[in-house]
Design a protein around this ligand. Structure first.
Ligand code: ATP
Length: 488
């Protein structure tokens, strides 16, 4: 799973934020190497030792992120008091803010600022004929093998060898397992009433194509975007929120003239890469993966994944597919409705579709991974979640220096009440100021305000920056303007 190439490792160790952690880790890991016979260790060379250190660092990082998410209210296992339920996660007070910020940034940049893109909110359950026409009832499958001894199930394409990786037992032959969750509409559980929870949001867009075209009368190219829940009965889980059975998707179907599809595919690939760079994800942690022609999905002419270097290795963050005219043509055939687009010359055609598609949870995990850092000083370790301020769950935290001084509390409350009309603001009056700063750093709050005795005299507060830890005095009546600029 881990792709710890020497280039990645060199980049990684040269990155300033990792240097001190790595140094400590090397020392901590030294006894591990000595556990192995000397002849073996000396034969390993620097690369192997670096690789072990790197893999252990990444495993450790994942553990730290999971623990931070639980401890600080980002992510909880769903139905935890009943032992949880595999592949389902709940998002806590900070997690819901993080997800909402990701979704609204995507919506702003992908829909609202683009004249040619509009939004849609379709249902999760469609007429089951939709899934027949789209090919999902037949082809939305993963290859599955089951262990005849322990009955664990595995994705056949992820297995190495012919034995069960858990108990060494014999495996069944490969069978195709449909990932769609079934449900029943109405009071009778009969085949005629069977429906599916959508595994992707885009079919809701295709079946509304004519409705949207009739209402907005667009010119090609134009897009229809949707954010909503998707459900997949995944065979293998793991890696925290990376692969879920219920997740949120953000999808754009961009309709273009046939023949211009390749140009627009390249355009969207570039746009989406830049979107991640703008959010603060570093270039070295992103790469493209071109799907081989032979392995393309049934609807795709070309698929490229934008991969991120997660703590467990490189994996798909977002998929970009050239869906051609497959979906519109099939829905037209199946429904008997004319879903062709009439262009300016009065010619009717099926547009091609370029689709950037991504899960909110995967972006959240990438941002948590990218932002997590530990800074050690003489006394303590400062954990910082260096999230882009646009995405940070809380923008500003307000503290009265002392919680038992009514004048300070009153002034701090006034500021808090005023700012909360504009930003998501937190209040904290527990413990000393240093602890409060560290607590906000760990959840990614970009700014903290402290109201002290001087504030009562000069009507200024101390504003402390999460990343530089620099403090400056700002006049209370200039605070909104200050944050509006900093958080833009
Ligand atoms: P994978 O190969 O990781 O299973 P996929 O190729 O099946 O993913 P797509 O069908 O391209 O995924 O889905 C588009 C996007 O939706 C993915 O890039 C990912 O961000 C997200 N996604 C897909 N499946 C899941 C899942 N089970 N949990 C969370 N996000 C998912």
């Amino acid at each position: 799973m881990i792709n710890a190439s020497i280039e990645n490792m060199i980049d990684f160790f040269c990155d300033k934020r990792n240097r001190s952690t790595w140094h400590k880790l090397r020392i901590a890991n030294f006894p591990r190497f000595v556990k192995y016979p000397t002849s073996q260790v000396s034969g390993w060379g620097l690369t192997s030792c670096l690789q072990i250190g790197y893999i252990e660092y990444m495993a450790d990082l994942m553990e730290k992120i999971v623990s931070l998410c639980k401890r600080r209210g980002f992510v909880f296992p769903s139905s935890e008091i009943y032992g949880g339920i595999g592949g389902f996660w709940d998002f806590g007070p900070l997690g819901v803010e993080l997800k909402n910020n990701i979704k609204s940034w995507w919506w702003q940049t992908m829909v609202q600022i683009r004249e040619e893109v509009v939004g849609l909110d379709s249902t999760i359950i469609h007429n089951p004929k939709v899934w027949q026409a789209s090919g999902h009832t037949l082809s939305f499958t993963d290859p599955l093998r089951e262990c005849k001894s322990c009955h664990q199930r595995f994705r056949a394409d992820q297995l190495k060898g012919e034995k069960c990786p858990e108990c060494g037992g014999k495996l069944t032959e490969v069978k195709q397992f449909n990932l769609m969750f079934e449900t029943f509409i109405g009071s009778a559980k009969e085949t005629a009433n069977k429906a599916y929870l959508r595994p992707e949001t885009c079919q809701g867009i295709f079946v509304n194509f004519a409705n949207v075209v009739d209402t907005i009368q667009p010119k090609l190219p134009f897009g229809i975007a949707q954010i909503g829940k998707g459900f997949r009965n995944e065979i293998t889980l793991g890696n925290f929120i990376f692969r879920d059975r219920e997740f949120e998707m953000m999808e754009l179907e961009y309709f273009v003239k046939p023949g211009e599809d390749e140009k627009w595919f390249d355009y969207w690939l570039k746009e989406r890469l830049n979107w991640y760079l703008d959010l603060g994800i570093s270039k070295k942690n992103l790469r493209f993966f071109e799907h081989p022609k032979k392995a393309l999905a049934h609807y795709s002419k070309r698929t490229v994944d934008i991969e991120y270097q997660f703590p467990f290795g490189w994996a798909e963050l977002e998929g970009m597919a050239n869906r051609t005219d497959f979906d519109l043509k099939n829905h037209a055939k199946s429904s008997g409705k004319d879903l062709r687009f009439q262009d300016e010359k009065g010619e009717k055609l099926y547009p091609y579709v370029i689709e950037p598609s991504v899960g909110v949870e995967r972006i959240a995990l990438a941002l948590l991974t990218e932002g997590y850092r530990e800074e050690k000083d003489k006394k303590e370790t400062r954990v910082v979640l260096a999230l882009n301020p646009k995405i940070a769950p809380v923008k500003v935290a307000v503290f009265p220096l002392l919680p038992n001084k009514p004048a300070l509390v009153k002034k701090a409350r006034e500021i808090y009440d005023d700012l909360k009309n504009c930003f998501n603001v937190a209040w904290d009056d527990r413990g000393n100021i240093g602890k409060r700063y560290y607590s906000q750093d760990e959840t990614g709050t970009p700014f903290c305000i402290t109201v002290d005795f001087e504030t009562l005299e000069d009507k200024k507060v101390t504003v402390r920056d999460r990343d530089s830890m620099k403090q400056e005095r700002i006049a209370i009546d200039k605070l909104k303007e200050f944050f509006q600029t900093k958080l833009a």
